[in-house]
Design a protein. Structure first.
Length: 508
């Protein structure tokens, strides 16, 4: 059917053009020869309109108007044969491989057997465990961005560039809640980089490239489109604002770059949705605007990303809440509490208000507000669109550094108690943010735990809040250090983990 239609088009076009091609040339104002009569005007081929009507649809048709921002569909075979090769050559040298290794000690299979323990001991020899990921050079001085889960708990991290060179690296910053880490390598000349673009300019349907080292087979490039924006609750980290793409992302791509068609970094590939371990066309990347804020924090010398503090907590707007507030649809972030004397209180925010926009950008849900606030520099004023008591208004708010609290001392506990190997401190908004805990949390929390320490072997975790030890209520880290120094074999303690109280009684 298509072949017949094209044949009819070509035949009709030939009949229309043929008289003009075959007509002889005459001198101006000269009469034509007597034996040659003027050719009659060509008759319009009735089939041409019919064919075009079949192809374009009935009635008068016009080409579609150009898409906004100069975007359009490919037109013609020439554009369909275009290649991504120049873009890959430009950006691929700045995508690196990240190798992380750590020594782990496993429990001996003979542990618990007195006879075998006498010969083999309780612990098996240490073995080396390694992981492979990708990273992106974003500064000529050698600053590399990758995922935190690629280097988590690593004793040594090495970076290999696309030209085969290998460098030891220093971890400048890592943030588990964002799943981002910043490394630094040293070279004798500037490194190739990928400029960090504006991820807010992305639209669903934009073409992107994913570059990384999947399965350790070497650097690989895949192409796709932006499938969705602002994806949240995918179970990767506490971060809730991902770019979704169908560009193939596989294990080992973590930390690699998501590149737009102008050669800019618009995301760091982080995770895939898969039941088999391979790509099924659902991948997620952290937006580059978040990456830029984390890199700036690392350049300022911080070993973790410090989010701006406004002194308010938020929760989602449900359909029932939206109806009670007279909203047409559930959107925005509901203010659930406001800290006294904080930026939110000074701006006039009150519990029950709904934040609808930030600097003119609509806030669809509470995760979007968290992302937008995190990308604002501390001290920069922001405009919040707020629904308060049925009326919309705009308030100005200036984020600040989170308060440090009365004491920022972190104490390491030694000895042989169940808490040996932990580092503890009093919770403050700044420490709570650093650990990814609610800003209103209070008490003495475990900040860090040494690997293979008594606390690690007993299953204690960072962010555990120690409430009571041997009937002593713990209010300060010095109290826990003093109680842990007791000479006793029996231990009874209460810890709070994710809002639940856990009671432990053991002979140690």
């Amino acid at each position: 059917m298509v072949a017949k239609t094209l044949l009819r088009l070509l035949t009709a076009a030939w009949f229309v053009a043929a008289p003009f091609v075959a007509a002889p040339a005459f001198a101006e104002d000269a009469p034509p020869p007597a034996d040659k009569q003027e050719a009659p005007a060509p008759k319009e081929d009735p089939g041409l309109k019919e064919v075009l009507s079949d192809l374009l649809g009935k009635g008068e048709q016009t080409l579609p108007a150009p898409a906004p921002q100069g975007k359009r569909l490919p037109f013609g075979n020439a554009e369909l044969q275009l290649s991504f090769a120049p873009l890959v050559k430009e950006t691929a040298p700045a995508v690196v491989n990240v190798y992380a290794s750590q020594q782990v000690r496993v429990r001996s299979p003979f542990a618990g057997d007195p006879l075998f323990e006498q010969f083999f001991g309780r612990q098996a020899p240490q073995r080396m465990q390694s992981s492979l990921g990708s990273g992106v050079l974003v500064d000529p001085s050698g600053i590399v961005v990758t995922n935190n889960h690629v280097i988590k708990d690593a004793d040594e991290v090495k970076v290999a560039t696309s030209d085969g060179r290998e460098f030891p690296s220093k971890v400048l910053l890592k943030d588990e809640s964002l799943d981002l880490a910043v490394l630094k390598i040293e070279g004798d000349k500037p490194f190739p980089v990928i400029p960090v673009g504006d991820s807010d300019a992305l639209e669903v349907g934009d073409l992107v490239l994913a570059i990384g080292n999947p399965f350790g087979v070497g650097q690989t490039t895949t192409s796709g489109i932006v499938s969705a924006l602002a994806r949240s609750h995918i179970g990767v980290s506490d971060f809730g604002f991902f770019i979704q793409t169908d560009a193939a992302i596989n294990p080992g791509n973590s930390g690699g770059g998501l590149i737009n068609m102008t050669g800019q970094l618009v995301g760091i590939n982080t995770a895939i949705y898969s039941r088999s371990g391979g790509s099924i066309g659902i991948g997620f990347a952290i937006p580059s605007n978040m990456v830029r804020a984390v890199v700036e924090s690392a350049k300022q010398g911080r070993d973790y990303f410090e989010r701006p503090f406004i002194g308010a907590t938020f929760e989602p707007v449900t359909a029932a809440i939206a109806e009670s507030l007279g909203m047409q649809q559930p959107s925005g972030a509901l203010v659930s509490s406001v800290a006294p004397n904080g930026p939110a209180a000074e701006a006039g925010l009150k519990p029950g208000d709904v934040v609808l926009s930030l600097n003119g950008i609509a806030i669809e849900h509470v995760d979007a507000l968290g992302y937008r606030l995190a990308t604002i520099s501390i001290g920069n004023r922001a405009a919040l669109g707020v629904l308060s008591q049925g009326a919309e208004k705009t308030v100005q708010i200036t984020p600040v550094r989170p308060p440090e609290g009365a004491s920022s001392v972190e104490i390491s506990i030694g000895g042989s108690s169940p808490f040996a190997g932990t580092k503890v401190a009093s919770l403050s908004p700044r420490l709570a943010q650093r650990l990814g805990m609610p800003s209103e949390a209070t008490g003495v929390t475990i900040v860090d735990i040494q690997r293979n320490s008594p606390a690690a072997q007993l299953g204690l975790l960072p962010r555990d809040i120690v409430r009571q030890v041997n009937d002593v209520t713990i209010d300060k880290p010095e109290q826990l250090q003093q109680v842990a120094a007791q000479k006793t074999r029996w231990w009874k303690f209460i810890i709070e983990r994710d809002g639940q109280l856990l009671n432990q009684v053991l002979r140690y």
